[in-house]
Design a protein around this ligand. Structure first.
Ligand SMILES: Cc1cc2nc3c(=O)[nH]c(=O)nc-3n(C[C@H](O)[C@H](O)[C@H](O)COP(=O)(O)OP(=O)(O)OC[C@H]3O[C@@H](n4cnc5c(N)ncnc54)[C@H](O)[C@@H]3O)c2cc1C
Length: 660
């Protein structure tokens, strides 16, 4: 990893925790210069012919390398449950997918829209998942880090062309301030007295494969508009292009670099399996074309892999991990140092790259577009841009962070930061928010003190780091299976009617219904109610948690694979450091405890607005039946007591089954 001026950074040891015992020989460095045609990423012969290593969601157990091509062709998206289920899968079956040592028989997951077979093979087998956990199969981050090391010398030898430029590739880091890769790119450009050019490639297939909600696509595109304007003020072009097939994204990037005379591309690392594999392939592919592709850690405060047990093992329990996270920051305060934003480009940029400066931001692809009404509503609710993100952060720190430890669990009112959409899109860095909250705390060190609002909040941001660390260490969670393999044997329900009641907020449990309706309206939910609705789907309805995981991704403005998978795993008890399976949220008690006065329910469930007192939590059971019936509020679709017993039985049976 290149060092960054003013911020001592060390990356290599970080990765040692993930390095598998197997080491490959160093391949000879390629030295050719500018590309004549766009290369594409490809698959090894052992890989799935239907998809490249990819995705932020139910991903393939496949590995992309440079120089081959393979990608799914058809990606017609579908968003409703019935569409998922009626979808015809015309592809001929792949015999490898019936190999039980690699893959499970995925019919149920496929038919219920959990595994997108247009992009990915079936979910992997438990035995194969364990091989990732032990490092027997090399983890994608290990492969990428190894490739970075192996190519370092050859990449360092590449010089900036006299009439060229340096490129920063934006992905989920849509900001100028405190952006590590952008800062490195700007440094390089300044040192060589050449312009900095920025690029963002819109990939509709990635939006579909990664289940990106239309509202999140809209948020990204609106942010790109703001980013382009801000960069434009510095004469830095932001080139945005839609690349229809995601397999063409790497090749197109290389092609653009060739046409701009760029021999250096910088970007920040994303930790989902597809992205790690794509970047690994790109590092080699670029080198073959004489381009130095530099991918660096940025999205976490403490990068994945740095924190291990005393014996060097991976950590899967949050509390001890968090204590280490705090200690690490005490020892390495430079991790909170701000990266410098880019300065003005030299005037030559207008002459040479004038056309790039003028390119527009494309519309959302049709399958991910919003109605005009939705566009206006979300633009009002979720203004974009890094200035907005910083203003939100400062307001939260000034007004609410102090009481965060006492109020954070209350969904009514405004007690949390609502910064998750900005952290997911990268308009704000996690490092920035931790630095600012720490500064405001007036404390000398960051601690795990849960009685202090500032520290409690920083601890929540640490959960975000934790789940990304888990994703790197146990990459099979990207492959359609639970963190805890034995929980893959639980018998789930696939009941359309009940799922529909859940997603439309008509379960008859007021808190659950309020939450789901808020999600439709705002594309956002408070953490407490996320846990409640997730627990209700998985434990009261016994519906496969992965259907809820998908639904969240397709509806949230802050959809983030690692945090979403972590949250669902926590609530359904099959994830990393979850609540025990026998702890089953009682939706009425949760309602009484966290929305005592019923304000949250009354806001989102208008049928119950006039219900008085405690009846708000259970109108049919507590004397408000006539009013609830009159207003058309449904009766409970399951009896919690009965559902609880069924859940305990199913979990026990599932966990007790063979885990092969
Ligand atoms: C089932 C379920 C699904 C979830 N899906 C997502 C998701 O797709 N994207 C997402 O960003 N968060 C997700 N979360 C975590 C959490 O609910 C949200 O981050 C939080 O509610 C966002 O609101 P806020 O910004 O006001 O958070 P604050 O309370 O202000 O917290 C500050 C930041 O810390 C991070 N954070 C807080 N809690 C968590 C947590 N439990 N796990 C990981 N990061 C956390 C977020 O980045 C958040 O913006 C999920 C939680 C559950 C239980």
């Amino acid at each position: 990893m290149p060092a960054v001026a003013g911020t001592k950074r060390k990356a290599q040891t970080a990765i040692d925790a993930f390095i598998s015992p197997k080491k490959r020989a160093v391949p000879p460095a390629a030295t050719s210069t500018s590309p004549s045609s766009a290369p594409t990423l490809s698959m090894k012969e052992e890989q799935d012919p239907h998809g490249p290593g990819d995705s932020t969601t139910a991903t393939a157990d496949v590995t992309a390398t440079a120089n081959v091509t393979a990608q799914p062709e058809d990606t017609t998206p579908s968003s409703s449950l019935s569409e998922w289920k009626t979808r015809a899968h015309s592809r001929p079956p792949n015999p490898k997918h019936s190999d039980p040592t690699r893959y499970k028989d995925s019919k149920i997951a496929e038919q219920n829209g959990i595994i997108l077979r247009d992009f990915y093979p079936p979910e992997i087998s438990n035995a194969r998942a364990r091989k990732y956990a032990t490092g027997e199969i090399e983890r994608p981050i290990t492969t990428l880090e190894r490739t970075i090391r192996e190519t370092q010398g050859a990449r360092d030898a590449i010089e900036v062309a006299d009439n060229g430029c340096v490129v920063h590739w934006f992905k989920s880091d849509l900001r100028l301030r405190d952006n590590r890769a952008l800062s490195l790119a700007a440094d390089k450009a300044r040192g060589a007295r050449v312009p900095l050019i920025c690029v963002y490639l819109v990939s509709p297939q990635d939006f579909v494969a990664h289940l990106m909600a239309p509202v999140r696509v809209d948020f990204v595109l609106r942010n790109l508009g703001d980013l382009k304007r801000r960069l434009g003020e510095l004469d830095v072009p932001l080139y945005v292009e839609t690349v229809q097939k995601r397999r063409d994204v790497p090749g197109r990037l290389v092609e653009l670099c060739g046409s701009w005379g760029a021999r250096h591309v910088f970007c920040n690392m994303e930790y989902e399996v597809d992205e790690l594999r794509r970047e690994e392939g790109l590092t080699r592919m670029c080198l073959q074309q004489g381009i130095d592709f530099t991918v660096v850690h940025d999205t976490c405060v403490v990068e994945p892999g740095l924190l291990t047990t005393a014996a060097g093992g991976q950590m899967s329990v949050y509390s001890p991990w968090h204590r280490k996270w705090c200690a690490w920051l005490k020892e390495h305060p430079e991790l909170l140092a701000e990266f410098e934003a880019p300065g003005r480009n030299p005037p030559v940029v207008r002459e040479r790259y004038g056309e790039v400066l003028e390119t527009p931001i494309p519309e959302a692809p049709p399958e991910k577009s919003l109605t005009n009404e939705e566009k206006e509503r979300y633009a009002r609710l979720w203004p974009v841009g890094e200035d907005e993100a910083h203003a939100r952060l400062q307001k939260f720190i000034l007004e609410r962070i102090k009481a965060y430890h006492t109020n954070r669990n209350l969904p009514a009112g405004d007690h949390t930061s609502s910064l998750s959409a900005h952290l997911a899109a990268g308009t704000l860095a996690a490092r920035t928010v931790v630095r600012e909250a720490f500064r405001a705390s007036g404390l000398k060190t960051i601690t795990d003190d849960r009685q202090n609002g500032h520290m409690m909040w920083i601890g929540e941001v640490a959960w975000r780091d934790f789940y990304k660390h888990v994703l790197c260490g146990w990459p099979y969670i990207c492959m359609g299976v639970a963190f805890k393999p034995e929980y893959n044997n639980i018998e789930w329900e696939y009941d359309d009617e009940k799922f529909r009641a859940w997603e439309t907020g008509r379960t008859g449990y007021p808190l659950i219904d309020a939450a789901m309706r808020q999600c439709h309206e705002q594309a956002y939910l408070h953490n407490r109610v996320r846990m409640c609705v997730a627990s209700f789907l998985a434990k009261d309805l016994m519906i496969d948690w992965r259907m809820g995981e998908r639904w969240f991704m397709e509806h949230l403005i802050d959809g983030d694979f690692a945090s979403n998978n972590g949250g669902w795993g926590f609530s359904a008890s099959c994830g990393v450091d979850p609540q025990p399976y026998f702890r089953i949220f009682n939706p009425i008690l949760q309602s009484e405890k966290f929305d005592e006065a019923g304000d949250y329910i009354r806001r989102w469930v208008p049928e119950l607005r006039d219900v008085k007192g405690k009846a708000i939590h259970d109108p049919y059971g507590r004397g408000a039946e006539a009013l609830a019936r009159l207003r058309g509020y449904p009766r409970m679709i399951v009896d919690h007591k009965v559902a609880r017993e069924r859940c305990l039985r199913r979990y026990k049976e599932g966990i007790g089954r063979s885990t092969a």
